[in-house]
Design a protein around this ligand. Sequence first.
Ligand code: ADP
Ligand code: MG
Length: 255
Amino acid sequence: MTDVPMVLAEGVSKSFGSNQVLKSISLEVRRGEVMCLLGPSGSGKSTFLRCINHLEVLSAGRLSVDGELIGFREVGGKLYEMHPREAARQRRDIGMVFQRFNLFPHMTAVENVMEAPVLVKGQPKAQVRQRALELLDRVGLAERADYYPAHLSGGQQQRVAIARALAMEPKLMLFDEPTSALDPELVGEVLDVMKGLASSGMTMIVVTHEMGFAREVADELVFMDGGVVVESGDPREVLSNPKHERTQAFLSKVL
Ligand code: ADP
Ligand code: MG
């Protein structure tokens, strides 16, 4: 099973009313790989990530994670949307970190990290707490376990959010502009945690405009515009020698 891609998108399309936001996206992320997604605002990056964990329902095409079709069952060659409970089960294996940290404000860092495993997996509290403390240590926040989000910096909150996603032991992590809301001096500490995660072998899709991160960490860079993949390849190659005019125009603005 190890040659089954972690993410396989085949002709993924998504429309909101008459607005076709994704136009037949096909791509593959292999196990342990990091893919960076890049593209102008409105190009469909967030929508694509949301399709991967079935927060959006595809209009056409198919998506699988670790060989399992997401959001649909195939019966006699036809696709039927699955029960929300089943979709929720699939979603547990896919960690997501957003631009805004969305921590529960009334819970401490460690309580935030413990919430899902206790609630969803029903694991014993002491064991979950131990594991949550290990995860906070891993993101460099062992000392901040009992702090409330309001007393943590944006970078620290985002690292708690990463620990919280990891607490569910996902096989895939999706990051949607995880550093865009941070003050510049806090970006590095979050990217460092993500680098560590990548080198531990986590499969990741990262929407980011941090070109240094993409160049250093990504196995593949995908440039999207207008709901299509315009160009993809080795990040160093795409960044230093973009082939398409639209990629060149975009990079000339952000680099
Ligand atoms: P990006 O993340 O690349 O900036 P998005 O995926 O957020 O792009 O948005 C792509 C397009 O889809 C935009 O035109 C946006 O207005 C539209 N869109 C996204 N979500 C919805 C929604 N829930 N309903 C209607 N239109 C949406
Ligand atoms: Mg977005």
